[in-house]
Design a protein. Sequence first.
Lengths: 218, 472
Amino acid sequence: MTQVLERLGYQVHFPAAQTCCGQPAFNSGYTEEARKIARHFLDVFRDSETIIVPSGSCTSMISHHFADIFEHDPKLLAEAHALEPRVWEFSRFLLEVAQAEDVGARFDGIVTYHDSCHALRELHIKTGPRKLLAKVQGLTLAEMNAAEECCGFGGTFSIKFPEVSGAMARTKIDSIQKTGASTVVSIDSSCLMQLQGVIDRAGLPIRTLHLAEVLASR
Amino acid sequence: MKAPETEIQQAINDSRLQLAIYTATGRLIDHRAGVVSAEALPDYQELRDKANAIKKHTIENLDYYLEQLESNVIAHGGKVVYCRTGEEAADFVINLARERDLHMLVKSKSMTSEEIHFNERLEKHHLQAIETDLGEYILQLAHQRPYHIVAPALHLTRYDVADVFTKELGVENEVVIEKQTKIARGVLRQRFLEAGMGVSGANFLIADSGAIVVVENEGNARLSTSAPKIHIAIAGIEKVIPRAQDLAVFLNLLGRSATGQPLTVYTSFLSGPRRENEIDGPDEFYLLLLDNGRTKLLADPEKRQSLYCIRCGACLNHCPVYRKIGGHNYPWVYSGPIGAIITPQFHGVNQDTWLPFASSLCGACAEVCPVKIEIPKLLLKLREEVTEVKRRQDSDGMERFAFQLFAWIATHPKIYLLLASLGSIFFPLVPPIGPLKKWASQRTVPEPAKQSFHQYWASRGGRNGGARRDRA
């Protein structure tokens, strides 16, 4: 992601004190713990001009759910709201701020795109990543039927209900296989970790890549 | 209660069942998509907003609209009975039947009656309730509860139905669906004529006209509510809507969301018993308004939106978890996402604590909900409540400790970094126990990157490493 941004001429900072947005705790019902982590996030990124996040899910946590967890704390709620307009999911930043549909990437092969749930349904990101992929030289985009179906990860869900989670991934992978694609691209690494884990277990010749990895290829 | 892990595993391993669920829900998904598309229904999103607003207004003024409904039902010659519990509702029917010396009644499909175990309660008093919806009839013969809010026998194939009919009706292995329907119709037609009482649910209760609205496809609800001398409708108090004109919103959404029909085959408006100048209809009409825990939901300003539900089942069809585990692995008659949010509210969050966690929070449910219930948000709220209960009970200590530790590490960047770099060295040596074992049961465990991004960035010259160009 930093390579693509730098290629477009942006100066990238990486605050070394950053850790996590707190979503794993929030989604598991540990709001108090999530609040502590979110507060750390606010501290670290308070002075950042633009915050670019390589994950739809984390972006949604920061720009939507920080407001939920600080609902009863006016000061931190105001801080969270102040942060919202500066938080960008990577693909959206490229298209809406950098206005760079073609980032000069080259990637040979058939690729299918997985809509990660939070990007799709909370951030309404659907066509953006596809537009970016369509401009990559050598890349053929093949849509799968179940593009909008969940991969089954769901954070701690994947550990609390491993059989259900695994079955969901296998349904998704069936759909991926039917496209003939050798690469699955998404904008959320957690979906990709889940899918790659199940793909490897089945010994299938499919690899998962983050959109940024494809866009950084030349 | 813990999650029924064995039964869930069985459902997932049953390839015939998986195919039946996936195909049936897939068909419902496709049909719905066709009739809510921008071409088919340009104002679909506006209708959802309106439906949400009407429900919100009604639920927040429920006392007013219930009283209005009551006086209008009475004005039409009907009677209104408020029932605090399912037992009270069933007892009313049992007593009335006893008074009139009735031993059998016909029923049209009603999830509310399933909710209160109506048939079982009646049976104990030797009062037989015959289900007349085809799916419900099959399940009654098979001694099963509904698998789905709208399509109760969704999990059964025609071959399964043939087995049930062979066993229960003595019909030899009939696998043609049309013929199966004919068989059921033959049995049921007689029941409609014999029954002294018909029981229905209600999809909507119209406050300003005192009419109840029943939507259906088979015509069995029309017969159940008009052939017998007595009609009893059992409905949750949340089914009331203010005005008849509000149906323009709800009828447009219900059929589309449920089965992908712009309108169901029959929409019946029933307002009281037969009048003097009318040729058909029951002599008596009773509306049983059921609480059974609904006022408890009403008391919670944030979660009371759960009462907006019009029971279309779209959230079930689109739920990837429901589509894997099926309807019977949910603890209550309401399955799928809506079941996952209302069951803990009706039964208490300390019961079936696994239920709000049985979701990947993918949000497909909320996306298709015609009344825009924020299901994922409520799941998160319930998770928080469950976690709070466990904190108070001092149970699930390991998980709580893990998250407390995680929060501590994530707020101490130097430790976070140290553990991350140690992790990439030692992780391959960690034995697969606990959460890692559960992960590994389905998936290959990922290898940590040789170099973390922190390390990569530091290697490029620290904090402001990399290019220092301005925007080109």
